[in-house]
Design a protein around this ligand. Sequence first.
Ligand SMILES: [Zn+2]
Length: 460
Amino acid sequence: MAATPTRNRRKHHYLFMLAGGVISLAITLLIISDDAEAIRSDAQPSVTGDVSSHTTEGTIAAAAHISKPLALPLKNEISSDQADAIIAPPSGKWKSLTVKNGDNLSLIFSRAGLSPQQLHQVLASGKEAKVLTRLFPGDKLRFKTTDDKQLTALSYDIDQTETLHITLRTDDSGRYTASTEKHQIDTRTAHSSGTINSSLFLSAQKAGLSDNLTMELAGIFGWDVDFALDIRKGDSFTVVYEEHYLDGKKLRNGKILAAEFNNRGKSYRAVRYTDSQGNSDYYSPDGKSMRKAFLRTPVEFSRISSRFNLKRKHPVLNKIRAHKGVDYAAPPGTPIRATGDGKIVHRGTKGGYGRTIIIQHGSRYSSLYAHMRSYARGIKHGKRVKQGQVIGYVGSSGLATGPHLHYEFRVNGAVRNPLTVKLPDAAPLAKKYRADFNQKSRPYLAQLNALTRNTLALNE
Ligand SMILES: [Zn+2]
């Protein structure tokens, strides 16, 4: 165990060295972004220099001209605030105020030492200023004021991607101009590979993958691989995913675009695809859904307390009575999930079952959830539910010795053991999307090929 981290580190170091020479697509993308980065930081001072030394419109043209051949994002970056600065560099000093509980704009303006008339002028500066009437505690407003309490500029970060700028006009009208600056978010492609020594989470962490991405990875392959029981030392994974950047700083991870998981010598691959209707899902390279039509288990973090047994002695009635489902013991209130897409055909008490929901899935399948404490909000007879949607909470209503979910699965009306019944695959990708899918998935599969070749070479 002690040798593990060192070995892993060396592998990753080696991966980095290899990356420079061999790995093509993702690395190329990263290098391109890095170049853009370098260009940006080179270019910025010269533009700023222009801003501070000239105030004519000719300079704007010159600055815009400078930015063009360098990189597209630049054009965006010198948009509102710097462009405004060129037209009218607002004089005064900046001061930042934080919105408090129970605050309103008049209170904030008065704290900033500004008059109700100035507030009125700011709100009259344009439609975009309306966002100032929907402030939340914790929001920050930046005021630029002169010594004689004249507000010359105000700015407010609406969210991570937009900033409102309000600037005093130069025409001595005492009026303001409002504009919203949209920050450019760059999406880059990153990748990560690792070999499992003890657990997926530890190895993923060492490979630099966030916990959320690891959960997503496990979710994608969770239909084929039981991550609690099937993982073996030597299993490996490769993930290609999006990263979102704002002004060169990483904001957050995006979606997994493609991934491979090798479990006990068997290799699984998935590619994310979004159809023209905007529905996204993961498919194997041949267009099969990575999902099954049904979840195997309707409650997470539970333990099976009673199995499917047609000759069981009932614990409450104390006589032989078939146990037509599986019992999952879980703390009261644990969410219960619909195992497949379908329609609620029963919601209410049902004899010894207590509070019960039955879902019809197409014409062949139905599932039943009993002994619930309560139903989820909005769950009613006739309502359509999605796979994984919470429909209610674990309880002990009806004839139950303790809090548990009693779950039944029926095929053509006959009870089947939910733990062993062969579950149907979710619908494959529609034929009309296949050509598009093949075209869009090709580069990701090529990337996975390149990345896993390296991982394999490292494992030898
Ligand atoms: Zn039961």
